[in-house]
Every structure is written in C-alpha cells, then in structure tokens.
Design a protein around this ligand. Structure first.
Ligand code: CTP
Length: 410
C-alpha cells in the first residue's frame, strides 16, 4: 500500500483510451490511494460515470453546475485536496485548453486551480499528436512544469499505426507512484541529499588523434553526464566532472577536468577515484585508438589507407576490479539486444547498476535532450522508464545512487 494516504485526482477526457483509465483508477486505489475522478462530458460517451464511481468508491465530478455534490465549490475542493493530478487519456483538446488557460468545464477549471503536480498522458491519433500546434502546446505545458507521460507507439484505434497510444496502465501507475513517493514531490528538500559525498562523473566522447588535424571520435555530446553533474551539485555533492570535448558550458559548482583521449580520461579518473563515493560513467570512451599518431599531417596518395587501431584501457572495468566502497554506475549505449548486452556489462565490470539505452531511437541517445532508459541493478531487477528529459533522468539516476550509498556499510 505504497500510496496509502495519498489523494489523486484523475481527469478522464474523451478519447477511446478512456476505458484504460478504469484500470488506472483501480490500480491506484489498490495501491492505497484515495482517487477522485473528474470526467469531461465527452469522456462519458466512452465510459459511464457509474463505472468510475464504483471503481474509485467516490462521487465522480463531471458537471460544474450539478446540485448534488459533496463539496461546496467542487473544482476548488478537488484542486486543493489533490496531492497529484493525472490526466489520462489527455486529448489534444484538454492539452490545448490547459496550455492557454481555458477553464470551461470541471476538469479544465480544476487544472487551473490546483497547485499539485500535474501529470498528463496524451493519447490521440498520430497526426494530431505530431501536429506542430499540439507539440507547441505540449512544450508550453512542459515549460510550466507539467509532467508529460509520452505516448507509446503502436496500433491506434483509427486504424493507423504510430505514436499516440496511451501507455499501459501499469506503467502510468508506476510513474505516478514513483513521483508521489520520490522526495521531489513530497516536498522534501533534495538540496542536501548528497552533501558530504564526492561524486565523480564522466561525460562526452573521447577523441583519438591520427595526426595534428584529424581524430577518431564519436557522437556523444556530453548532455547526459553534464545533467547528472549539475543535478548532483544541486543536491549538495562535491562533484568532479571529467569531460571529453563538448560545446557545453561548465555546470555551476562543479570541478571540471577537460581531457581528450581515453588514456587521459583514465588518468584523471584514477586520480579522483580513491576519494569518490560514487562514479557515474556516462562518457562514451573510445575502445580503440590509432596505433601511431603521425607528427605531420597525413598526406593522401592514390592508394587506399589502412589504419591500425589498438585497444584502449577499459576504465570502468578497472574501477570495477579495484572498487572498495564506491558505488559504480555504467552506461550501455546499444543499437540492438539492449538489455542482454547491458546485463553482460553490469556483471563483467562489477557495477552497482547500469543505465541502458537504445541509441538507434531518434528521440533517445546522442545529441537530443531526451532519453529513454532501462535501469538494471546488481540483483538483476530491470526498471524501464518512459521518454524523459536528461535532467529528469539525472534525478532518477541520483536517487538510485543515494539509495545505494545509504545501503553501503562504511
Ligand atoms: N567505458 C570505459 N572505458 C572504455 C570503454 C567504456 O570506462 N574504454 C565505460 C563507459 O563510460 C560506459 C561503459 O563503460 O559506462 C560502456 O561499456 P562498454 O562495454 O565499454 O561499451 P562500449 O564501448 O559501447 O562497448 P561495446 O563496443 O562492447 O558495446
């Protein structure tokens, strides 16, 4: 009963996925939450009010002007009692209304009146979802602090297939539960969570020179590692960031050591490692480097050119072999068999957990603001997360680091 004592207002709008909201409400209630449902008039065309009344065990609010209600000014009462509001499914219409502040029914009014965190799970036809107007409205809501639960891809009720499906109720409930039980939303101060801990973060890609003008590099931009470093500093940690070349500016309050090659990264990391409490190794380290670096620029000839590459040290593997009290976090950027490869790396490198992601997805991985990860820990437990900003993911990774640090007997 992890949600015991929590009050959740679930808004249901008029999309075919409204039926899935029944399971969401049921699961939230089983987890111990007190759930109040607000339906739009359109939602009642898909699922009856009675269904939600039975499932939630509470009156269902639809009409602002209904006489028989148990609250005086119901939209204000619901807005105030909510620890969290969840709109699932959220149609393009409610998204647009919320983005501009229209309050023409019970749900839209409550949304405007509440100070609780708001989670929205958009679900609609792919074209409607991808329409720049909807995307602009979603961006506006995100910038106002709304939490958007990304729709899943798959077969849609309109016969097409694409992005726009409501994620599975079990996933939505997990996201909401985690949010309600995480310190950020329970109002606990996170700023001191990592005080006294030295967190070593690596970020960006390493580059391996071939000659004075050329190098072998990779697509890593460093965004994920910089987000982790910044968030760790915000939580009070003493943060050292060992960074490959990037265009990002140094995060506030972080000691940044800039390096270029894998061997330079190794040197910096080994120097800092003995005094670190945790290492978050998000850098994309080159596994190979040219066997020889030409002192002069290599001139082309009419022949093909063969480069010989030699192995670079595997820094994380070394850390895993020498670790004492440190919490070790690795990353696995894969293009296929993501989970399988990640589990192998976790074991081989003796990690506490590994953050796995599929970099072949357009919205996750290199060069984008978002990421979709799976987190696998030593016990083998795998937790998938939906598409999130790298900043949000940094928070999740650091929550796990904090928990692991708390568990370690020192
Ligand atoms: N890593 C490292 N030193 C290396 C290579 C990788 O410390 N020489 C770290 C990365 O920072 C990351 C994790 O190890 O946390 C990635 O694991 P790895 O198996 O090395 O990934 P890839 O280099 O992508 O390996 P592969 O080509 O086997 O997929």
């Amino acid at each position: 009963m992890e949600l015991q004592g929590k009050k959740i207002v679930v808004g249901v709008t008029g999309g075919i996925a409204a039926y899935k909201a029944v399971e969401i409400v049921s699961r939230l209630r089983k987890a111990g939450a007190e759930v109040h449902v607000i339906m739009t008039k359109e939602a009642t065309e898909f699922v009856t009010e009675l269904t939600f009344r039975e499932i939630s065990g509470q009156p269902v609010a639809v009409d602002m002007w209904e006489k028989v209600t148990h609250f005086n000014v119901e939209h204000i009462a619901l807005a105030q009692l909510a620890d969290l509001m969840l709109i699932a499914p959220a149609t393009a219409n409610i998204i647009a209304k919320a983005a501009v502040g229209i309050a023409d029914d019970m749900l839209a009014t409550t949304l405007l009146a509440t100070k609780a965190p708001i989670f929205m799970a958009p679900a609609m036809n792919t074209n409607m979802y991808e329409n720049p107007i909807t995307q602009r409205n979603i961006a506006e809501l995100k910038s106002r602090g709304f939490h958007i639960i990304e729709p899943a891809e798959g077969h849609l009720a309109c016969g097409t297939s694409g992005k726009g499906r409501l994620p599975e109720p079990v996933d939505i409930v997990r996201i909401v539960s985690e949010a309600l039980t995480s310190q950020e939303l329970t109002g606990q101060d996170l700023t001191c969570q990592l005080t006294g801990q030295k967190i070593l973060v690596t970020a960006g890609g390493t580059i391996e020179p071939l000659d004075p003008v050329r190098y072998i590099g990779n697509r890593s931009t460093g965004r994920m590692g910089y987000a982790v470093a910044e968030e760790a500093a915000r939580r009070g940690a003493d943060v050292v960031l060992v960074s490959g070349p990037t265009s990002l500016k140094d995060p506030d309050g972080v000691r940044v050591i800039r390096i270029e090659t894998a061997r330079q990264m190794r040197e910096a990391v080994l120097q800092e490692f003995p005094t670190a409490s945790a290492v978050i190794k998000s850098a994309a380290v080159a596994d190979y480097r040219p066997a020889a670096v030409s002192e002069q620029k290599i001139k082309k000839s009419d022949d093909d050119l063969t480069l010989q590459l030699v192995r670079n040290p595997d820094i994380l593997l070394e850390l895993g072999q020498m670790k004492e009290h440190q919490v070790l976090v690795g990353f696995a950027a894969e293009t296929c068999q993501v989970e399988e490869y990640a589990r192998k790396k976790l074991a081989k490198k003796n990690l506490d957990f590994i953050v796995a992601n599929d970099v072949s997805e357009a919205d996750a991985g290199f060069g984008v603001e978002t990421n979709r990860i799976k987190l696998i820990d030593r016990s083998g437990k795998m937790t998938p997360y939906p598409l999130m900003s790298k900043k949000e993911l940094a928070g999740i990774i650091l929550d796990h680091v904090s928990a692991a640090l708390g568990k370690i007997d020192r």
